[in-house]
Design a protein around this ligand. Structure first.
Ligand SMILES: [Zn+2]
Length: 92
């Protein structure tokens, strides 16, 4: 895989990560409000939790090095320049 492709995949992963964070904050809550009048409250909380966990799964699964597929560190994305596992440079 060439460097440009690796960088663009990393950029894409960064975008998905940000979308997932906003989705985790809004979708389970919106879902709860929409279903509020239709289903049992406990079931509603349960379904919202499931939705939250599904998004969290995408969030974690997506956050990998494009080259070695190793999970990237869970800290500030702007501080990740290299993959800690294989050492590939992830920014231009
Ligand atoms: Zn790597």
């Amino acid at each position: 895989m060439n460097r440009d492709k690796i960088i663009s995949q990393y950029e894409k992963a960064k975008k998905i990560r940000i979308y997932c964070i906003s989705a985790m904050c809004s979708i389970p809550f919106a879902q709860y409000l929409i279903l509020f009048n239709f289903i049992n409250n406990l079931l509603n909380i349960f379904l919202s939790t499931i939705t939250f966990l599904l998004i969290l799964r995408i969030y974690n699964k997506n956050w990998r090095c494009p080259l070695c597929k190793e999970k990237l560190p869970d800290r500030d994305v702007s501080k990740i320049d290299y993959c800690p596992k294989c050492g590939i440079r992830l920014i231009k």
